[in-house]
Every structure is written in structure tokens, then in C-alpha cells.
Design a protein around this ligand. Sequence first.
Ligand code: SF4
Ligand code: SF4
Length: 335
Amino acid sequence: MSHHKPNTVQFKAGERNIFFHILTACNLSCAFCYINPVHHGRRAVAYTTLMKWLHLFYDPAKVNNLIFLGGEPTLYKHLSHAVQFASQIGYASITIDTNGYCFHNILERVSANEAVFSFSLDGPTAEINDALRGPGAFDTCLANLKRAIQLGFTTSVIYTVSRQNITFLVDMPPLLSELGVDRFFIQVIGLRGKAANCDTPLQLAPHEWLCTVPAVAQKAADLGLTVIYPKVYIEPTESFACAGNVAENFFIFPNGRVYRCPLCEDLPLHSLRVENGELHSTTGLTEQHLFSLTIPEGCVMNKLLQSNNIPYDSDGRPRYRISCCLLKQRIDPLK
Ligand code: SF4
Ligand code: SF4
């Protein structure tokens, strides 16, 4: 079968992506949870605050994409109201990233034209998935994913690839295609939160990623899915860009911290904070200072936090440059 080639989704001027962690609590306790209560707090955003922040981060001159995250965002009892409120403000797209438990009847309380649901699955079977995400997670997620599809929602599945589950990635496209999922997001494990302190090696070597992920992505596109996965390694002819300099992404936490780079979220490097309903720049050393550094390895934060994925030649030159973690490859299925 002939197929489309992956396209690099360049950072778009005129677009703003708001990743809003509305709470940090979760019913699961995944092995590699990225939430770090020391830096993200333990509370939820009060609903009145949430409404103010939705206004604060909305830029009428831009296309604003909103992603509700947690913890588990569907534990937030006002989530359906938050979706409706954001929709009225004018957010162009609203996505709910869920672990699949879909609390508070969220699938019945939001309509298919208001939000997209993104379900997290880290394995194609209960055995693989639940070893990482906890007993019962697979069956519950699958049941609610089917329900969301039945109700007419656009759905995606996010699979976070690590050494623990890369072998099983190949079994995801047939499963998702059979279910009727629209989009498949393949994510790479970041050494943040619990993953940063794990004794088991999780990070993939370049050959592990490059031999597996693009081929599985192609297979998924052949089966009718839109596939999005991180670029990770930049071709020698391609230029490097840090999203912190050229894109508008805001990663908001309930304690008021606002990061521009998700790799910084385990550290007090946030460049912005919300205080008394206003957005302020943080003083001292912040992520902003790192964005302007130019190094042969590409992404500065990757080099600082997870440099084991960069092999060097005998002259000490990196064999690969690492792209911004927010730069994606996208394959659309043939119509
Ligand atoms: S579902 Fe998400 S927030 Fe909850 S424990 Fe797992 S990774 Fe953490
Ligand atoms: S991941 Fe790297 S390149 Fe991307 S915003 Fe963060 S520091 Fe910049």
C-alpha cells in the first residue's frame, strides 16, 4: 500500500496551546506518573479561579487550543461547566486528557461538538497496561473509550513508550482501528515525576525509537488513524527551534505556576506565575534563560535532564541532535 509520508508539524505563529492542569489528584497511581506534588501542589483550582484563568490565557487574536489535564481531570466536578465556559469564551478546540475512568458522567455531560477525549493506554492488553497503570485500568478505559465513540466524540489514544512497553506498541494500531479511534498519539517517556526516580531503565536508545516508532506509526496510518508522534531526532539538514522561543505554549498548574516547557515541570524554573488573577514573570533563573542557549545537542533541557539518549562520536560530537519535545511528526491516513 502506498502511504503519506510523515510531516513535521512546525510551530505555528498565531496559535496558542493552553495545557491546564486543573487538579493534581488522581484515582490511579501509575508507575511513571509525571505529577510532582512538591512542584505542582496537591489542590484543585477553585471553579471561580478556573473561570478567571480561562479568560486570562485566552488571546482573541490567536487560535486558542485548550487541553484539560490533571491528575485525572474528570475527577473535577465542574469539568463539564468548564468546557461549556471555555467554549463560550471562544476556545477553538477543547480536549480532555483522561485515564479512561471518566468520572462524574462526563461523557454524558459534554457534547461531541464541544470536546475531544484523549484516553491514556500504555499497552494493548490488560496485562501490559495494568502492570504500569494499575489493576482494572485497561478494561475501564476500553469500556469508556467505546462509549465515547458510540456517543460520537472524536477520540484519541495516547501511548507513552518506554523500555517497559515498546515491544507491544506494534499491537496498538489494529486494536485502535477496530475500535474506531480517530487519532493515535505516541509519546516518549520523559524523565519527570516518578519516572525520574525509577531504578528500572526506561529511556529508549535512538535505534530502539527509530526502528520501531515510525514503522508502527505508518502501520496505524495505513489502518486509517491519524498518527502524531514526537520527532525526537533532528535530521542533519533540519534546523533546531525551541518552542519556548517560537511558540506559545502554557503549562498551567493549580498552584499558579506556569511553565513554557514541559521538561522544566519538575523544577522551580517556571517563567510565569498567576498571582491575584494576573500573570507575572518570575524573577531569578528560569526556563526562559535556558531557551536562548545554543548547544550542539539541540534541546538544552533534554541535555540537562535525560542526556543518556544522546550518543557521541569519538571526537565528542553528538551523533544526533534532539528536537524540542513539542515538535511532532504527523501522518494522515489516505482517504
Ligand atoms: S493517570 Fe495520569 S495523573 Fe493519574 S497517576 Fe497515571 S499518570 Fe499520574
Ligand atoms: S523541550 Fe527543549 S527545545 Fe522544547 S521548549 Fe523545552 S527547552 Fe525548549
